[in-house]
Design a protein around this ligand. Structure first.
Ligand SMILES: CC(C)(COP(=O)(O)OP(=O)(O)OC[C@H]1O[C@@H](n2cnc3c(N)ncnc32)[C@H](O)[C@@H]1OP(=O)(O)O)[C@@H](O)C(=O)NCCC(=O)NCCS
Length: 193
């Protein structure tokens, strides 16, 4: 399996404008991201929030994809395999048959990045995709001048907390009763580049 990344707003910069035209591929990618979000995220957005975020100036939607077709289940080795940097294939071209492995939503203001959502498709979690997405985003944006990376995470989301700690994020504040659905507290974390 080869994996690659694309930033949706680089593929379709018109998403920035209110009447931006979306082609079939862009519509498919947004719909697929939203499916993964509904399947796997603990804090749910509605489609309107996704679309609003796409239009926000400074936002980024990184999509991680591969040539593996999940529907056909054509790559059984995936269940055992840990995905690493060497699996990245810069030549891969995305199309409607591509398998969307996960996505990463953020927005940048001045030298700050605010990470809004990091989600990996359920069937391939804990195989290194989240780490690859985070390292890709941090590297690219640090080079572009981002100095502070902020996020919030549920206190019970141990896997996500482990992921962020692995990349040097530190807890700087606890927001009490932050999540409306169950009143859970949020850990506010920051990484300085
Ligand atoms: C959180 C999430 C993005 C992590 O992505 P992932 O691809 O599953 O994570 P990785 O395989 O890259 O693992 C990263 C680190 O997380 C930790 N981790 C991964 N799986 C774990 C598990 N089952 N139990 C405990 N820690 C785990 C480890 O520290 C791991 O680093 P290591 O493999 O070097 O030890 C993914 O699990 C997910 O989509 N969860 C649902 C959505 C979500 O909660 N997003 C976060 C919102 S703040």
């Amino acid at each position: 399996m080869k994996i690659n990344f694309l930033n949706l707003k680089e593929l379709n910069p018109l998403l920035l404008s209110d009447n931006g035209k979306k082609d079939i591929l862009t519509e498919y990618l947004i719909a697929r991201m939203f499916d993964i979000h509904m399947e796997s995220s603990q804090t749910l957005w509605d489609r309107k929030m996704f679309d609003e975020e796409l239009k926000r100036e400074g936002s980024g939607f990184l999509i991680c994809y591969s040539d593996f077709d999940a529907a056909e289940g054509s790559d059984n080795s995936l269940a055992l395999k840990k995905i690493t940097e060497k699996d990245i294939d810069p030549a891969l071209k995305i199309d409607l048959k591509s398998f969307i492995a996960g996505f990463f939503i953020y927005y940048n203001v001045l030298d700050e990045m605010h990470i809004l959502d990091v989600t990996v498709s359920k069937e391939i979690q804990s195989k290194g995709i989240g780490s690859l997405m985070l390292s890709t985003v941090i590297k690219k944006n640090s080079e572009a001048g981002i100095k502070h990376f902020f996020l919030e995470v549920r206190t019970s989301n141990i896997i996500a907390i482990n992921l962020y700690k692995k990349f040097g994020f530190k807890i700087f504040m606890l927001r009490k009763n932050y999540y409306e659905d169950n009143g859970e507290d949020a850990l506010c974390m920051v990484k300085e580049s």
